[in-house]
Design a protein around this ligand. Sequence first.
Ligand SMILES: C[S@@+](CC[C@H](N)C(=O)[O-])C[C@H]1O[C@@H](n2cnc3c(N)ncnc32)[C@H](O)[C@@H]1O
Length: 260
Amino acid sequence: MVADMMQRQNTQNRTQEKTHFGFREVGTAEKSGLVRGVFDSVARRYDLMNDVMSAGMHRLWKSAMIDWLAPRPEMTLLDVAGGTGDIAFRFLKRAGGARAIVCDINESMLTVGRDRAVNRGLLDGIDWLCGNAEALPLADRSVSAYTIAFGIRNVTHIERALAEARRVLRPGGRFLCLEFSRLTVGALEPLYDLYSFKAIPAIGQWITDDRESYEYLVESIRRFPDQQRFAEMIAAAGLSQVKVRNLSGGIAAMHSAWRI
Ligand SMILES: C[S@@+](CC[C@H](N)C(=O)[O-])C[C@H]1O[C@@H](n2cnc3c(N)ncnc32)[C@H](O)[C@@H]1O
């Protein structure tokens, strides 16, 4: 009976556990559904919106991550929260003969990605997998590189996603994360705030007819740990040699680490 009571209490605690969805506090069980709703809503116009919102900068940031990864043909890349395939496409272009697995929790984003791959004639060497970064549907030590671009701040339990990254990486495997981060030039903050909180939701409304999803996007960036704190979380997950590179004055940052 005590065991039953404890289990009920645990279940209750779990259901009461809170997290953030942008600036809103929500139950942890609720968050992934809300995030899914965001990307279901914007999937078809996601790539166009990225170009407009970042004035094309996201392309340079993604290329910088691939430069740092230094793709080689013998690599197997797992790109988590891979969405419409940008990282995997760049990787395969650089590492002819390599294999990429794009894993995303959202079928709508993967469908757009698959269509883009077909349009590029990219049929071999790429697999599309629907799955959660917190419980990857892959065996231990099965990939040589793990990337996640603009995905980890959407995950409910970041620590679990990092633990999963370590689990699926082979010893000697590389972890690379690209994410929005904190400005390194404080004087630019008022301008950045204006652009983030006023312009981006308005552009989102115009292009995707969905202001709220882009309000979430901006808020989720502010909630995400800064460069130093995130580096500590990566190290705490058991990954080694954590290094950070800022992009565009800290608007985005890349974190690199290794599974030793
Ligand atoms: C901003 S998009 C980034 C897509 C792509 N990586 C890029 O850089 O263009 C965020 C992606 O994270 C995915 N996502 C959110 N939560 C996830 C989770 N728990 N596991 C896997 N993917 C997730 C979303 O479905 C979405 O495709």
